[in-house]
Ligand binder design. Structure first.
Ligand SMILES: Cc1cc2nc3c(=O)[nH]c(=O)nc-3n(C[C@H](O)[C@H](O)[C@H](O)COP(=O)(O)OP(=O)(O)OC[C@H]3O[C@@H](n4cnc5c(N)ncnc54)[C@H](O)[C@@H]3O)c2cc1C
Length: 364
C-alpha cells in the first residue's frame, strides 16, 4: 500500500464523531500535533448545543465548591483568552469574547446570605468575588431593578464568548490545517481492534488509529463493541430568549436565582435558561418563553415592555460524569458529558485529550 492509498491514510488518521465545539476543538488540537483528522457530523457542524449555548464563561455562577469540574473549569477559564486569540489568528475570523465579569443580585437577606456562603466556598478554590451594596449596584448598574434590592456579589473573572462565532472560527481553522469535515455523516458504531478502531458511518466504514466520541447528548447512542457499553448520555433541554438591543444595556453577566442575562457585541441580549428533562423534543414552549421574559423583565425593567425577538432551544449533554479520556485504555476516546459548561470547558478538554491521545499513540 502506498502512503497515498486512502485505506492506508485512514489507518494512520483519527476519526472524531461529532462536530460541536468539543469535537472541533479536539480535532483542531490533534491536527496541530500533525495527525490527519476526519470529523463526522450527523447534521451540520456546530448546529446543536454549541449553537444554542449562551456562552457564559462563568465559574462564579456555575461552581459551588471543590470538585473535578471546578478544577477543570478554572483551568479552562484561564486558557480562554489565548484560545480565542489563537483561533482568530488561525482562521481570520473575529470572535466576540468579553472579559466583562458577572454580578449576582439578591432581593432578600436570605438570598444575600446564600450568595455570601457560596462566595466563601468559592474563595477557597480560587474564585474571587466582592460584595456589593444595593447603593453600589444602583450606581454602577442603573438598569437593574432597584426596588427591594438587598445587595449582590461581583465576579470579576467571569466572561462571555459568542459560541456561534467560535465554532465558525474553529471550522475555518480546522479546514486550513487539512481536517476533513464530513457533514451529514453519522458515526453509527465503533469496533475496537488491536491498536485501531473500525468506524462505521452512514457513508461507509473504515479503520482509524483512534476514534473520539464527542457527539454531545447523542454520544451514548453510538454502538461500541468494547469492554462495556459507553456511559449513557441524556439531553437536558434549555430554552433561551433574545432581545435585539441597539445599545449596550447589559455590560456584565447579570444573574438572579436561576436566570441569567448577558449581551453579545452584536447587540443580542440573551436571557436563559430553562432546565427540562423531556428527551429530544424540539418544540418551543410559549409558557416557558413567557416565564423567561417575565424573569428577565423583573431584573432589567427596561425589558418589561419588550417582546423577545428570538427564542430557541438546545440540548445540554448530560451524563453520569464528565468523560474526557480513553475508554478502558483502548484507542476509543470519550469527550462528552459537559452538560451546562461545554463552551467554558472546550479549551481544557481539547488540550488534555489531544495531549493524552498524542502521548498514547506515539508510544504504542
Ligand atoms: C440552553 C443552553 C445554554 C447553555 N449555556 C452555556 C453557557 O452559557 N456556557 C457554557 O459553557 N455552556 C453552555 N451550555 C452547554 C454547552 O452548549 C454544551 O455543553 C456544549 O455545547 C457541548 O458541546 P458538544 O460539542 O459536546 O455538543 P454539541 O454542540 O451538541 O455537538 C455534538 C454534535 O454531535 C453531532 N452528532 C450526534 N450524534 C452523532 C453521530 N452519531 N455521529 C456524528 N455526529 C453526531 C450532533 O449533530 C452535534 O452537532 C448551554 C447549553 C444549552 C442547551
Amino acid at each position: 500500500m502506498s502512503p497515498s492509498d486512502p485505506a492506508q491514510l485512514h489507518h494512520t488518521s483519527i476519526a472524531v464523531a461529532g462536530g460541536g465545539i468539543i469535537g472541533m476543538s479536539v480535532a483542531w488540537r490533534l491536527a496541530q500535533q500533525g495527525w490527519p483528522v476526519t470529523v463526522f457530523e450527523k447534521e451540520t457542524l456546530g448546529g446543536e448545543a454549541s449553537w444554542a449555548g449562551a456562552g457564559m464563561l462563568a465559574p462564579g455562577g456555575e461552581i459551588e465548591g471543590p470538585s473535578e469540574l471546578a478544577t477543570l473549569s478554572l483551568q479552562s477559564r484561564r486558557l480562554y483568552g489565548a484560545f480565542v486569540h489563537e483561533i482568530e489568528e488561525a482562521s481570520g475570523c473575529r470572535i466576540d469574547y468579553q472579559e466583562c465579569g458577572g454580578i449576582d443580585v439578591a432581593y432578600s437577606l436570605d438570598d444575600l446570605a446564600r450568595l455570601e456562603d457560596r462566595a466563601a466556598r468559592q474563595a477557597e478554590i480560587g474564585i474571587p468575588s466582592k460584595p456589593l451594596t444595593a447603593a453600589e449596584i444602583r450606581a454602577f448598574w442603573p438598569r437593574i431593578r432597584s426596588e427591594g434590592l438587598a445587595g449582590g456579589r461581583f465576579y470579576p473573572e467571569d466572561g462571555i464568548v459568542n459560541p456561534r462565532e467560535l465554532v465558525a472560527g474553529l471550522r475555518c481553522a480546522c479546514t486550513r490545517l487539512g481536517v476533513r469535515l464530513m457533514e451529514h455523516s453519522a458515526v453509527t458504531a465503533g469496533r475496537i481492534k488491536s491498536g485501531a478502531v473500525e468506524v462505521e458511518t452512514s457513508s461507509g466504514s473504515n479503520t482509524y488509529r483512534a476514534l473520539v466520541i464527542a457527539a454531545g447528548a447523542w454520544s451514548g447512542s453510538i454502538i461500541v463493541d468494547g469492554p462495556s457499553p459507553l456511559p449513557a448520555s441524556e439531553p437536558v433541554k434549555g430554552h433561551l430568549i433574545g432581545y435585539h438591543q441597539p445599545e449596550q444595556t447589559c455590560s456584565t453577566i447579570i444573574r438572579h436565582g436561576s436566570v441569567y442575562l448577558l449581551q453579545r457585541a452584536n447587540g443580542l441580549l440573551i436571557a436563559g435558561a430553562s432546565v427540562e428533562r423531556v428527551g429530544f423534543h424540539r418544540e418551543i414552549n410559549p409558557h416557558i418563553v413567557s416565564d423567561l421574559a417575565r424573569s428577565a423583565g423583573f431584573v432589567l425593567p427596561h425589558l418589561e415592555e419588550t417582546v423577545p425577538s428570538e427564542k430557541w432551544i438546545g440540548f445540554r449533554p448530560a451524563s453520569n460524569a464528565l468523560h474526557i479520556g480513553s475508554w478502558h485504555s483502548t484507542h476509543l476516546y470519550l469527550a462528552y458529558g459537559h452538560y451546562r459548561n461545554g463552551i467554558l470547558l472546550a479549551p481544557v478538554t481539547a488540550r488534555n485529550l489531544a495531549d493524552t491521545i498524542n502521548a498514547s499513540l506515539q508510544t504504542r
